[in-house]
Design a protein around this ligand. Sequence first.
Ligand code: TMP
Ligand code: ASP
Length: 236
Amino acid sequence: MKKELLYEGKAKRVYLTDQPNQLILAYKNEATAFNGKKKAKILGKGRFNNLISAYLFQYLAEHKVSSHFIKQLNEEEQLVERTEIIPLEVVVRNLATGSIVQRLGLKEKTVFQPALVELYFKDDSLDDPIINDQHALLLTDLTEEELDLIKGTALSINQILQPLFEKAAVRLVDFKLEFGRNQDGDIILADEISPDTCRFWDMATNERLDKDVFRQDTGDLLTVYQEILNRLEAIK
Ligand code: TMP
Ligand code: ASP
């Protein structure tokens, strides 16, 4: 049963339930980019984030990566295990694009093999700065072993999701993960995995099938999110 609002973020609302260790995530019909500087109401967006994220968490669970996901409740909501979010954004990159091209002057589409893992400190007031492992240990309550586990899990998730998306003729260019600590003190995958948090490019044409169409005003967000969902459903 849904109880009071615990927290409202840019893309989701988090509600308490009658179970102390369970929360409801309600995906909003809102898109933001550039740390909230760009914003729009997009009716139907929440449903796509919910359905795609539920699909991917279920798929990862089948491949032995546990997450906070318990079950999909309806079109826009999912039940999750309660965690305390670790204030890190863990980014995995297979191809160079986005901020790494700006920061390091790399050529667009440079292949990273092995994939790169980067850490960002999740703090809007600081614009989520990139940090190293030592900074991460300073800024969170993670042990060194837990940080290694997080980075290793991020790479395993890449290994699991890359072939899945390949089957759907989608290149998994990069993505962002968040982890949380559950009531037992264990670190598990949390937040969402969706076209908001991943870059998906059509394998043949490099057409953008993710939030970059909104960030850069190059296409219709609902159309490309629907395309990702259709392709995932088609390979089920
Ligand atoms: P970046 O190239 O802008 O650093 O983004 C890398 C990946 O992380 C990309 O798939 C988008 C995702 N991402 C988020 O999910 N949230 C964010 O706040 C940022 C900056 C990136
Ligand atoms: N998620 C961030 C924001 O809303 C940045 C982005 O995805 O571009 O502001």
